[in-house]
Design a protein around this ligand. Structure first.
Ligand SMILES: [Ca+2]
Ligand SMILES: [Ca+2]
Length: 298
């Protein structure tokens, strides 16, 4: 029986590669990267197709493959569309990093192939879809023109960790967008909670938080403050950061935007009286002005 298992294990490839990637950004690597890629491998990554996606940019961060005339042994080939019938953007091998490649369509096909011997470290590449936004406005005496490119960061795996090791309601988010809610939502949250949701995006990004639903125990009739249960938002990763807001009761809240790439939400509940809690979504964005916003065009 164990011989049979060994046979099964040896006959199943120990790597997985390729796939359909519909995110607006991400990373791909050759199988087993950074260790030597397997022989006789073929992987296909079909990128794009996300709604609103623009042309895709592919940047190789690392590249080392078996070389050879015409890249006939091992190679990476790029196509400007979803299939191999699309125009080929390049075919690469050896150890020279391929140039940055921009597709003219919202699709990019990447094929990796290796022959029967001699490998290398393989490759690591990033892709992203740029969404262009331009605008005009008329200030009376001048017509203003501006352009922004909204670059979406690498879609990172969501880390649902427990960095504080205390409670089940401590979460860290590193994805460009996400959702979370108070414990047991939409049922009543527990008493005596201190929960923290930390959103941490790459530097240069800001975080916008939307309150989809919120009902906490209301304000104190004595002080008018959120003395019992409350949700607070801090700019930065800790409660030492500047307070962006503190809320309680049943309020319909306007979105809140961080000034940095980190935002911390903290929920406190006291020893009695619970409500439905809240449901929140957030999105991160990076804005950089490529053109100076100059006047006048006309
Ligand atoms: Ca080879
Ligand atoms: Ca309470």
């Amino acid at each position: 029986m164990s011989q049979y298992k060994d046979f099964i294990r040896k006959s199943i490839p120990t790597y997985a590669c390729g796939g359909q990637l519909t995110g607006l950004s991400g990373e791909i690597t050759s199988p087993r990267y950074p260790e030597s890629y397997p022989n006789d491998a073929e992987c296909r990554w079909s990128i794009g197709g996300a709604s609103g996606g623009g042309p895709l940019t592919l940047v190789f961060a690392d590249f080392q493959m078996e070389g050879g005339q015409g890249c006939g042994f091992d190679y990476v080939a790029l196509f400007d569309g979803p299939t191999v019938t699309a125009p080929r953007l390049g075919r690469y091998c050896g150890s020279a990093r391929p140039p940055r490649t921009v597709s003219s369509t919202p699709h990019l096909l990447i094929i990796f192939k290796s022959d029967f011997n001699i490998g290398g470290r393989g490759f690591k590449a990033h892709f992203y879809s740029g969404v262009w936004v331009s605008w005009w406005w008329d200030s009376g005496d001048r017509l203003w023109f501006g352009v922004v490119i909204l670059c979406l960061p690498q879609q990172q795996e969501m880390i649902r960790g427990d960095p504080f090791g205390e409670s089940e309601c401590q979460e860290v988010f590193t994805t460009i967008k996400g959702n979370f809610s108070s414990p047991q939502y939409p049922n009543f949250y527990p008493n005596n909670l201190k929960c923290q949701w930390s959103i941490h995006l790459p530097s240069g990004y800001r975080i916008k938080v939307f309150f989809l639903d919120m009902e906490l125990e209301g304000r104190s009739s004595l002080t008018g403050g959120c003395d019992y249960d409350h949700l607070s938002a801090f700019d930065g990763g800790t409660e030492d950061g500047s307070l962006l807001g503190r809320w309680c009761g049943r309020e319909s809240l306007a979105p809140v935007t961080s000034r940095s790439n980190r935002l911390l939400l903290v929920l406190h509940t006291d020893r009695n009286t619970a409500k439905r809690g809240f449901s929140i979504s957030y999105v991160g964005a990076s804005y950089s002005c490529l053109c100076h916003c100059h006047a006048p065009v006309v």
